[in-house]
Design a protein around this ligand. Structure first.
Ligand SMILES: NC(=O)c1ccc[n+]([C@@H]2O[C@H](COP(=O)([O-])OP(=O)(O)OC[C@H]3O[C@@H](n4cnc5c(N)ncnc54)[C@H](OP(=O)(O)O)[C@@H]3O)[C@@H](O)[C@H]2O)c1
Length: 268
């Protein structure tokens, strides 16, 4: 029997790599992201692999659009076996330079998007007594990162959502897991927002991030795809990918030392 996975943020980066990974494993895929052309291109790649794909342009920060996404997905490919909440955006900069619009955009995408999809799909999963929800978090959802407060707020909230929901749904046959990437050499700079005391400061932060992405230790989108696949196959509760596993473990064991070093890094 063919399985069906719905993946948000599936047009680029880790989401696209995950969609192709599931297709290669024989799954049919619903793809969601805002921009339609890139989604259609991924859907064509999946069909070339012999699987079915439906591409639904969706802003996951909109409840109405997520409802329409789920309706079309189920109508075309049948019940969703696995939901992967991957879409996310990044925001870097001092909190004092973070506007309320910035806060709203990041929480709408990184948190409310996951709430909308979960809310729309959970009744069917409960009715069937099976299903999986895998959220893509961040090492910034397990340890504090200075000057990434809005981003960490969204990802810590996602960690709490995941862990509480897992306890609630495990007795009902539904698995809820979370994959925490470190830095990924993906397409996130296209839509990441950099804030600073002025444009020069914000541009400097963007250049620093672009340099970081060239480092050898940075994860590739396929690393996240493999972690998500493993989380589903082995019903893992939490996976921290790559060097982020060392950073989060150091923070767990030596929080004062780790956080002192992090604060020093931003001149604290
Ligand atoms: N990149 C990193 O270093 C890093 C580190 C830790 C965690 N993560 C997390 O890993 C996940 C994947 O990141 P990535 O680096 O692969 O990102 P990416 O390359 O920027 O891709 C993001 C995907 O999400 C979609 N998306 C963004 N906003 C959306 C919205 N409002 N509605 C629907 N789709 C939306 C984008 O398409 P459209 O723009 O067309 O909508 C795109 O398909 C995210 O949750 C991110 O927070 C990333």
């Amino acid at each position: 029997m063919t399985h069906h996975v719905l993946i948000t943020g599936a047009s680029q980066g880790a989401g696209k790599a995950t969609a192709l990974r599931f297709a290669r494993e024989g799954w049919d895929v619903t793809l969601a992201a805002r921009e339609g052309d890139r989604l259609t291109a991924v859907a064509q790649q999946i069909r070339a692999l012999g699987r079915q794909a439906v591409a639904v342009p969706t802003d996951i920060g909109s409840e109405t659009q997520v409802t329409a996404l789920v309706e079309e997905s189920v109508q075309v490919l049948g019940e969703v076996d696995v939901l992967i909440n991957n879409a996310g955006i990044c925001l870097t900069g001092p909190t004092v330079n973070t506007s309320l619009e910035d806060w709203k955009r990041i929480l709408d995408t990184n948190l409310w998007g996951c709430i909308y999809t979960t809310h729309a799909l959970l009744p069917a999963m409960l009715r069937r007594g099976k299903g999986q929800i895998i959220n893509v978090g961040s090492f910034g959802g397990k340890m504090p990162l200075p000057e990434m407060t809005a981003y960490c707020t969204s990802k810590y909230a996602l960690t709490g959502l995941t862990e509480s929901l897992r306890l609630e749904l495990a007795p009902k046959g539904i698995h809820v897991g979370i994959v925490h990437p470190g830095v990924i050499n993906s397409d996130f700079l296209e839509r990441a927002q950099f804030r600073g005391k002025d444009d020069t400061d914000a541009n400097q932060r963007q250049r620093q991030m672009a340099e970081t992405l060239k480092a050898g230790w940075v994860s590739q989108p396929e690393d996240i795809a493999n972690a998500v696949w493993k989380a589903v196959e082995q019903r893992q509760a939490e996976v921290v990918v790559g060097p982020a596993a060392i950073a989060t473990e150091l923070n767990r064991l030596f929080p004062q030392l780790t956080q002192w070093a992090l604060a020093k890094g931003v001149g604290g």
